[in-house]
Design a protein around this ligand. Sequence first.
Ligand SMILES: [Zn+2]
Length: 288
Amino acid sequence: MPVNLSWYGVSTFRLEVDDTVIFLDAYMDRVPAAPPVGLTTAQVQRADYVMVGHAHFDHLAGAETIALNTRATVIANYESIRLAAGAGVPDAQLLAVSGGEPVELAPGLRVRVFPGLHSCIWSGGMLSADDEITGDDAVTHQQRMARMGIGGALPPGLHSPRGDGGALGYLIETRHGSIWFSDTSGYWTGVVDGLRPDVAILAVAGRGNIDGEPIQGSLASFVASQARLLQPRRVVYCHHDDWLPGVTRGRQDTAGVTRRIHEEAGDSVDTVDPEYDTPMAILDNLPG
Ligand SMILES: [Zn+2]
């Protein structure tokens, strides 16, 4: 199979495109209470690139280990790159991006980087995808930051105490089709509208952020609105597992998300709720 996608919890995936191995996010070395994902960063023997969506530990931590062990190039926002450099990853393996960069990965394989948005972590915690949430539509950045004092110790690994560093979306263009990767629940409407990737990997977690404000409605309706704008033929869910027990409350039920996607983006959109460490020929047998 020329293109294989394997999930390793939260929004970490290994994407194999022909001979190129790409990690999307890098967080696999989780707290002991979280179910194991079938792979640790120390076990990764081959990677050409690690593309990280933003600078929180549940996405970025582990990128340094993979980069140091495999000589992979880390593609990430400036804050993530600053942290990776501080962890000893050589400059030659660091590629800072902020949106707008077409990056050649191999002949016939490139990624286009787009500005994204982080979910509204300052507005509520982990939600059930079907909970209807409203309000919090006039909260300033200063008020948001004041709300976000994170209690307790974080798991070890790279993490920015200053925020997410600017969430990014990646459109990976292969000769076999295209894949959109967004590792947190947020988007700019004008950025995602009409992108039409073949496959969209979308986060199902937290309170959705549309153009800088929290969605007035459910997480399911947020994901569905993103699918309606992007117009993918297949959606792969992520960030919906029990990755931080005590904060996460089990694995998210995605039945309501799928139902809303079919209502808003059409019945023909295929949805995939992946299992850990199970390669999927993700561009094969696309509907439509
Ligand atoms: Zn985050």
